[in-house]
Design a protein around this ligand. Structure first.
Ligand code: AMP
Length: 274
């Protein structure tokens, strides 16, 4: 495995990969969720590139940029064992200059839900993903459905800017109790980890209701809020179509139910595609 820390090293290593290449962008502190994306990229391509970069422009003032877990050595071992060809771990200086040209998230879809609570987050996310896609020049790039709105916006950017890469959505990986894996779960105490299960439980409750024929979004939302009482604060429960428009009735095959809530220190998100 080549570890590239500069753009030049990345370009040289990339030029030596032949055939199709899959790319998995991450912020590191790799877990089984990231690994599932890497494994899928490995299965579907001749070569795999992974990036680990805690991107400062997608953190807002006062968010956990400095505290965000960094585990460079463990990440390197995980990638090595998974058969990754290139691990790109750049410094901030490599990725950004001062007073940059910026990409803006779309006016409506970029500023609802995650974008409403974290205004500017998606601008920074799209900016770094654009840079990484251009640098890595891969056939496919793998994104988790865990960050459903991020996935939708990356797909839109690829469409709007005619980027030559296929975006592959990947299923959410959970622990044995149902908690969606996240690098931020590292902030949870064991008591909080138990309470954090209310996010996935609320989504399970919603799925059960839909399976029993209840399609009314209001009713589903209020049941979910009951389950979410275990969280310290619920930021949103949203029932939207695949284009992220709020809907009144669940339509099977075109609905995403999303939740964001605080449990202890971290703000957690989860969702289910129905
Ligand atoms: P992050 O390091 O949190 O920026 O995540 C990097 C990529 O891994 C994103 O595409 C995430 O959606 C994806 N990811 C993170 N957690 C999970 C999970 N539990 N299951 C599937 N994909 C995930």
């Amino acid at each position: 495995m080549v570890i590239a820390r500069t753009i030049q090293e990345l370009k040289e290593a990339r030029a030596s990969l032949k055939g199709s290449v899959g790319f998995v962008p991450t912020m590191g502190a790799l877990h089984q969720g990231h690994l599932s994306l890497i494994q899928r990229a490995k299965e579907e391509n001749d070569g795999v590139v992974v990036s680990v970069f805690v991107n400062p422009t997608q953190f807002l003032e006062g968010e956990d940029l400095d505290a965000y877990p960094r585990r460079e050595e463990a990440d390197r071992l995980i990638c090595e064992r998974a058969g990754v060809d290139i691990l790109f771990m750049p410094t901030i200086d490599q990725m950004y200059e001062k007073d940059e040209l910026c990409i803006g998230a779309p006016a409506i879809r970029g500023y609802i839900l995650e974008g409403e609570k974290r205004p500017g987050h998606f601008d920074g996310m799209l900016q770094i993903v654009m840079k990484l896609l251009n640098l890595t020049q891969t056939t496919r790039a793998y994104f988790g459905k865990k960050d459903a709105q991020q996935l939708a916006l990356v797909m839109q950017m690829v469409r709007n800017y005619f980027l030559n890469v296929e975006i592959v959505p990947c299923e959410i990986v959970r622990d044995e109790k149902g908690l969606a894996l996240s690098s931020r779960n590292a902030y949870l105490s064991s008591e909080e980890k138990e309470r954090a299960l209310c996010l996935s439980r609320s989504l399970k409750r919603a799925t059960k209701m839909v399976m029993a024929g209840e399609l009314d979004a209001q009713k589903i939302r209020s049941e979910m809020l009951e389950v979410l009482k275990e969280a310290d604060e619920v930021e949103y429960v949203a029932i939207v179509d695949r284009a992220f428009r709020a809907i009144e009735k669940v339509e099977i095959g075109d609905t995403i139910i999303l939740v964001a809530a605080w449990v202890g220190k971290p703000r957690l998100i989860d969702n289910i595609w129905i």
